[in-house]
Design a protein around this ligand. Structure first.
Ligand SMILES: Cc1ncc(COP(=O)(O)O)c(C=O)c1O
Length: 400
């Protein structure tokens, strides 16, 4: 009989999987389910991506690619880092993988020994602690408080660092809160990190282009060039260019780490689909108007959704400064009963009840290390968002 390896058997199953399965069941039963659960842009991939992919085939690039990525794509990635982050890096410090997720997987597999600690500021994207645990590492959560707009405070970071700390994970703009870090916040973090030379920094900047209210993303690598040999920047085309299905992520890091990550990749996937690389090359070296236009749409939706949520009695909502998620708090609802008499003991009960009673799929905050909250993606149409907000309000007002 099949028995999963202990590193897999011991991994917790996020509530999101059960929720997504139930949402599919309800949909199949003909229920008018609206899902704000997915972290996926609702736009089509840019035309240039399609042309780039076709060009790749026409040029006969249909054999195994170089493990770190095709030279033309790495050159486009280098151009992106120069244009957006003022970083001038040689191709030997770059690589591409099957999505930002595989970059993270490669990096942790290449570096984590059993018992190593990885500081994961919470709320966090659920995959960081899970991947860390797959390699026997220990995720160490540090809370980023809502009162501080979910930013990581330098003094909280300092307290969490131990001799066993291997990595700090930064993810700004953040999934699920939309928080960003200002220049001064990053300068304070850099000060702490200079005193802890054994700590590597993974800076996941996959939402860098999606920042609102005129704010601009700043990378720690720009603020602290002296830490360059300890910073791995994770990025990709999924979110900014609406290319989640193409599976292209990229990284910039110290040469020895990139080399080890390429070695991992050579034993996992033998590189990235050449068509997808052509698509990514085209968008990364192309104009940014399309990204700007999508950003404006997300920002309008953010304003409408957050405005609506804040008007529902008992619901709080920090203003997301980037990405495409709202992360409202429902503390006032915990301990109450839903219109159908379900008890709401926590955010998982809340998300389940919303799905069953209002056919609205969201993600419970505890999946991101923060209870009493829900994550709502605003990568959905105006009509869906308006209807979702009406359902949410009806639900909250009916609880007692
Ligand atoms: C914070 C963050 N990082 C990385 C990723 C990985 O994206 P991909 O593997 O599609 O590049 C995601 C996807 O949801 C994300 O939210």
């Amino acid at each position: 009989m099949f028995r999963p390896a202990s590193r897999i058997a011991s991994l917790p199953s996020p509530a999101t999987i059960a929720m997504a399965a139930r949402a599919r069941e309800l949909k199949a039963e003909g229920k008018p389910v609206i899902s704000l659960a997915l972290g996926q842009p609702d736009f089509a991939s840019p035309e240039e991506a399609l042309e780039g992919a076709i060009e790749e085939v026409r040029d006969g690039h249909t054999g195994y690619p170089p493990l770190a990525g095709q030279k033309t794509l790495l050159e486009a990635v280098a151009y992106k880092f120069r244009r957006d982050n003022a970083l001038d890096v040689p191709l030997s410090r770059l690589m591409v993988a099957n999505g930002g997720k595989q970059i993270i997987f490669n990096a942790f597999m290449a570096s984590i020994e059993a018992g190593d600690e990885v500081i994961v500021p919470a709320p966090y994207w659920v995959s960081y602690p899970l991947i860390v645990q797959m390699f026997g590492g220990c995720p160490v959560e540090v809370s980023c408080l809502e009162e501080n707009n979910f930013r990581l405070k330098a003094e909280d970071l300092a307290k969490a660092i131990t001799p066993r700390t291997r990595w700090l994970v930064l993810n700004f703009p953040n999934n699920p809160t939309g928080a960003i870090m200002e220049r001064a916040d990053l300068e304070a973090l850099a000060e702490v990190l200079r005193k802890a030379p054994h700590v590597m920094i993974m800076s996941d900047e996959i939402y860098e282009h999606l920042t609102f209210s005129g704010k601009k993303h700043v990378s720690l690598a720009q603020i602290a060039p002296d830490l360059a040999d300890r910073i791995l920047i994770v990025n990709g085309v999924s979110k900014a260019y609406a290319m989640t299905g193409w599976r292209v992520g990229f990284a910039c890091g110290p040469e020895a780490l990139i080399k080890a990550m390429v070695k991992v990749q050579g034993n996992i996937s033998s590189g990235i689909c050449t068509l997808a690389q052509g698509g990514a090359r085209a968008v990364l070296s192309g104009p940014m108007e399309g990204v700007e236009a999508m950003k404006r749409v997300y920002e309008e939706r953010r304003d409408r959704v957050v405005g609506f949520l804040r008007n529902i009695p008992g619901v709080s909502c920090a203003m997301p400064q980037g990405a495409f998620y709202a992360f409202p708090g429902f503390t006032a609802l915990i301990g109450k009963k839903t219109p159908s008499g379900r008890m709401l003991d926590n955010d998982v009960d809340l998300a389940e009840a919303l799905l069953e009673e209002q056919h609205l799929a969201t993600v419970p905050g505890s999946s991101f290390g923060k209870g009493s909250h829900l994550r709502l993606s605003f990568a959905a149409s105006d009509e869906e968002l308006a209807e979702a907000c009406r359902r949410l309000e009806r639900f909250v007002l009916g609880c007692s």
